[in-house]
Design a binder for this molecule. Structure first.
Ligand SMILES: [Zn+2]
Ligand SMILES: [Zn+2]
Length: 344
């Protein structure tokens, strides 16, 4: 059986092991993808830190990948050998009541690459063909890899929040998802876009990408700064960090009748005063989950037609052998990383 190099997780807070693993059989509905880019996401860091535990260990980490179809099963019709494809890590069953309603992000049999099944930080992956899609010609492999997580999660969040033209929005945290989110709110027609981050460099990128105002919490209480800028708060505030303090700050920055959209992953309880935070100002809290299959072609089309532009989202490139070094760059924010890509 063919063996390929993979970066594997054994236990929290331990370096990944670079080892060779067998390539699984390509079943009738599967494709074998020769991985060209596999990007590193903050949720991979959550796994390495032990905040989320995979269903099995050892397991190959990574859930973002793109590459070239190297083989396909006999039932596969959506992609051909040689196609450049992106891999969708949200593996839904397509048969349960939620999938049938188009809410495949809530699938009863939902699995995620690198949590329940082998991940993408390897030279070749086998995935169900329905979770692959052809990449538009103007999308490179690294962008094609991050597309399914950062870009799709942000897109789903903006659709879920039902942004209408003219609303004011807050994007609190400018990592891969936050920056994508900012771009989508602009495309959706937000009139005022306030971006928050601790790094001034990120804030200047945000201004270039359409933020109408920026706030650095180092300059003083961010909630006061946001309320002052907006005359009482924003219509829709997106939290894209996943820390208790930032969740709290977003909830406190919403104007009466507005909504807080909690996108960042936070495992710690966030204190909410139901009367003061929610009832009296009639503020809604919502928290979107991943993305829908139906949204993938929409995003691909918006990219293909030049409406969504990746810009400088990808900042660092490493060979797969240097997976630990690449993780370290993101963990310790060395060289102001955006997306860090592994190139097997
Ligand atoms: Zn991700
Ligand atoms: Zn399902």
């Amino acid at each position: 059986m063919e063996q390929v190099l993979a970066a594997r997780f054994y236990a929290p807070k331990q370096p990944l092991k670079l080892e060779r693993v067998p390539v699984p059989e390509v079943h009738d509905d599967d494709v074998l993808v020769d991985v060209k880019a596999a990007t590193i996401c903050h949720s991979d860091l959550h796994t390495i830190a032990g905040r989320q535990i995979p269903a099995m260990a050892p397991i190959t980490l990574g859930h973002e990948a793109s590459g070239i179809v190297a083989a396909r099963g006999k039932n596969v019709t959506n992609v051909e050998v040689g196609d450049r494809v992106g891999v969708d890590y949200v593996l839904s069953c397509g048969r349960c009541q939620y999938c049938l309603r188009g809410k495949d992000n809530l699938c009863d049999n939902f699995t995620v690459m690198s949590a329940n099944t082998e991940g993408s930080w390897k030279e070749k992956v086998v995935v169900p063909a329905r979770h692959t899609h052809k990449l538009p010609a103007n999308v490179g492999f690294p962008e094609g890899a991050m597309l399914n997580c950062a870009v799709m999660t942000a897109y789903h969040s903006v659709k879920y929040a039902q942004i209408s033209p003219g609303v004011s929005v807050l994007v609190y945290g400018l990592g891969g998802v936050g920056l994508s989110l900012l771009k989508w709110t602009k495309i959706a027609g937000a009139s005022d876009i306030i971006a928050v981050d601790l790094e001034d460099e990120k804030l200047s990128i945000a201004r270039r990408e359409g933020a109408t105002a920026t706030v650095n919490p180092r300059d003083g209480n961010p909630v006061e700064q946001i309320r002052k800028l907006t005359g009482g708060g924003v219509d829709i505030g997106f939290e894209v960090i996943g820390k208790v303090e930032s969740e709290r700050n977003v909830i406190s920055s919403i104007r009466k009748g507005g909504q807080a959209v909690l996108v960042g992953m936070c495992w710690d309880p966030v204190p909410v005063n139901v009367v003061n935070d929610l009832q009296v100002p009639e503020v809604k809290i919502m928290s979107p989950q991943d993305h829908l299959k139906a949204e993938v072609p929409e995003v691909l089309r918006l990219i293909e037609t030049g409406r969504f532009v990746f810009g400088d989202a990808v900042t660092h490139r490493f060979p797969l052998e240097s997976a630990n070094e690449a993780v370290n760059v993101l963990q310790n924010r060395i060289g102001n990383p955006g997306r860090v890509v592994l190139e097997p």
